[in-house]
Design a protein around this ligand. Sequence first.
Ligand SMILES: [Fe+2]
Ligand SMILES: [Fe+2]
Length: 423
Amino acid sequence: MNSPLNGEPITRRKSLSLAGERTGTAMTKWTDTFKPAAFGLRTQDAPLPMTEPLPGNRDSTVPSMGEPAQGKILVVDDEPAVAELLVRVLTAQGHTCLCASNGETAVKLLEREDFDLILADVMMPGMSGIDLLMITRTLFPAVAVVIVTGIHDRETAFSALELGAYDWVAKPFERDKILITVAAALDRRRITLLTTEYRSALEEQTRDIVGQLAEREEEIVLRLIAAVGSRDHETEAHCRRVGVSSAVIARYLGWNTERQDLMRRAAPLHDVGKIAIPDDILFTQRSLTQDEFEVVKTHARIGAKLLEGSNVPVVRMAREIALSHHERWDGSGYPEGLHGDEIPESARIVAVADVFDSLTHDRSHRPAFTEPEALNVMLVVSRIWDPNVFDTFLRALPEIRQIYDRIDDRERGSVALQRTGAV
Ligand SMILES: [Fe+2]
Ligand SMILES: [Fe+2]
């Protein structure tokens, strides 16, 4: 039942001679005890390189399922005789091997070349096999590591497994144990890499689809803004500034990136209902009569009506904002006279951003206020806003100022279809 190396301690190079293994009794015993084909391995004669790759050396790749479990293996052992033995056994099964006599050299080889598997002795001067295992797990996670320990050192072996080693083999070696362990580790690595590759591809595909959907949503939103702006380019720039400044306030309030982006795209539609307000009221140079103001106030409900019934998140948020951006914290707003937290937070944010932008830019009936003038006005009436949102707006003001420099009232037409990139 014994193979030529079965149970034989490896202490001297001379004792490792495999001269008889391919002929006569020794070979017969070997084939009797181990059937390479049963493990998807093939037996072949091969030279025994110690530091140079074998002829036909290949780059390490992820083989497809069904390929024989052959790999490019880095044997790390400070005893040349042991390393030579391992290389001899592994190359005979079609594996490609390189050797390193210590961990430091192994790391250099790993930086230079791709390997499928490392067979590392634990006890080495300098960097131990466990150190090498940890470095490999961190820097070369795609490489499987099999640890070689003394027969009585099971504790180290279990520690190595906990640290991410694929498996371990004990000295003195049994040839079949080495080959089975290596084949199993290569198979496991292959499945792991294929799974990772598949998952990455799936994630990338999902990201693409989500990206495409977001782009389409964005285009719809931008076309709606353009529709509003087609009547008044001043309104168009205002809508876009309110979008990006509201997203900044949302970020300061701790909204996640996804919701900030929703806000950036939804807030510009806050006045979409104005599309239904007659020009002679919307663009009048004089003060509005009470009746005219009542007409203007309808833009909140009209905007919500235009946007209702959608399952698209950006449209849903846009509807919420369009309906409630004139509600006031103290209940004196319209269209429903909501109080405090009854007003959706998105609309509470836009309410502040909307007024600040309106005050600091020219309107058909009045010139722009300076920023200090606008802030003075806002401080006087600040009870109409959520105090937390208003304070957050003041903190975010330096950033909002920068956005204003980038979106100008003089922008016209197709500019509305470009992303601002300000958030
Ligand atoms: Fe409005
Ligand atoms: Fe507005």
